[in-house]
Design a protein around this ligand. Structure first.
Ligand SMILES: Nc1nc2c(ncn2[C@@H]2O[C@H](COP(=O)(O)OP(=O)(O)OP(=O)(O)O)[C@@H](O)[C@H]2O)c(=O)[nH]1
Length: 335
């Protein structure tokens, strides 16, 4: 949980704002109830429910884009409703929302939410005591929104650049081990939620040291790039390939298990045997394959795939070993 909070910026913002909203709005909901203002009480409850749905959706699915958008809408239009129902307090609520929308959703979408919320507040609410106060509010809201937009835009492009540098392997262009941990964590959560199989394949080029020694590191690098290109061309859009380290890669196959898995692996092995070459012939690969078991942790899943890879190496290399027993057992080199 801490890992996800530390590594997913938007999830951490959604969680922080969710917790703040619960502590900030609940006392007012209680106050409205005591005052007998049942409409405002119901609105506060709806805001809390919307916030809870956003936080829950973000944690359950990892889809922080939709969750952030929902939370931005709930907070901003909720503040407008509060303005309509109880006046002044809506204005105070809307101010922090004008900034936080930019942390929750795409800058363009945040801009649209802010403009529409401010216009709605000006058109339908009795929150303003005078026209002068209303226009002061509008100008201040425009300045806040413009500053937040510029900040969010720059922040977003810098964060993207940093994320790219931190998560992508510069040689092959696939995700590195750091991002793999996050994606495997997500795969475990998805399997628990949907019950669909998730399979992990560890691939390791055989005798890569010899290839490097014989032909040099530049050709070694080319083989790593070729391997990634070939796997990319063979796999589906939602399969994910990671560089685990050196000449070892991890392929994550969602919704693949049982007999399907055997077909996918056999075809992948056939393709790489045919197409991955060094100057004096084929480059061979050993595979360790593990399908996530019910209730299994990411660490155990990865360890089982690693053990299967170790068996493939020990068994003579150039073969597939299934940690969970064969759909069709370990494939000999001639298979
Ligand atoms: N060209 C190149 N070589 C790399 C890179 N990363 C690691 N290597 C090399 O990969 C080789 C891995 O060697 P080993 O771990 O002994 O494995 P191996 O020779 O493939 O032997 P087996 O895995 O047991 O079949 C080392 O020589 C590393 O220098 C890289 O980015 N480019």
């Amino acid at each position: 949980m801490l890992y996800r909070l530390k590594n997913d910026f938007r999830l951490s913002i959604i969680t922080l704002l969710g917790v703040s909203a619960v502590f900030g709005v609940t006392p007012f909901a209680i106050l409205r109830f005591i005052q007998g203002n049942s409409v405002a009480f119901v609105v506060d409850l709806l805001i809390l429910a919307g916030v809870a749905v956003s936080v829950n959706h973000a944690w359950q699915t990892g889809d922080t884009r939709r969750a952030g958008l929902l939370m931005a809408c709930v907070a901003s239009y909720g503040a407008v409703l509060v303005g309509v129902l109880v006046g002044d307090p809506g204005l105070f609520w809307l101010y922090p929302c004008l900034v936080t929308t930019f942390f929750l959703t795409h800058p363009r979408m945040a801009l649209a939410i802010n403009v529409s919320a401010v216009l709605l507040m000006m058109l339908v609410s009795d929150a303003f005591r005078s026209h002068e106060q209303m226009w002061s509010f509008a100008v201040a809201a425009a300045v806040v929104t413009a500053s937040a937009h510029v900040f969010a835009y720059r922040n977003r492009s810098q964060r993207r650049r940093l994320e790219h540098l931190a998560t992508i392997d510069p040689l092959t262009g696939v995700k590195n081990r750091r991002s793999m941990d996050y994606e495997l964590d997500m795969a475990v959560a998805t399997a628990e939620r949907t019950g669909k199989p998730q399979t992990l394949v560890l691939l390791d080029i055989d005798h890569f040291k010899k290839i490097n020694d014989q032909y040099g590191h530049v050709l070694g690098d080319d083989i790593l790039v070729d391997l990634v290109t070939l796997i990319d061309s063979h796999t589906r859009k939602y399969d994910q390939l990671f560089r685990f380290g050196g000449e070892e890669f991890v392929l994550l196959l969602p919704d693949v298990g049982g007999e399907d898995l055997d077909t996918v692996m056999t075809e992948l092995q056939r393709l790489l045997r045919r197409r991955l070459k060094c100057p004096d012939g084929a480059v061979t690969i050993s595979y360790g394959v593990a399908t996530l078991q019910p209730g299994e942790s990411m660490e155990s899943w990865l360890t089982r795939a690693d053990d299967a890879l170790y068996q493939a190496k020990e068994g003579g290399r150039d073969r597939i070993v299934y940690a969970d027993g064969p759909p069709i057992a370990a494939m000999p080199a001639s298979a």
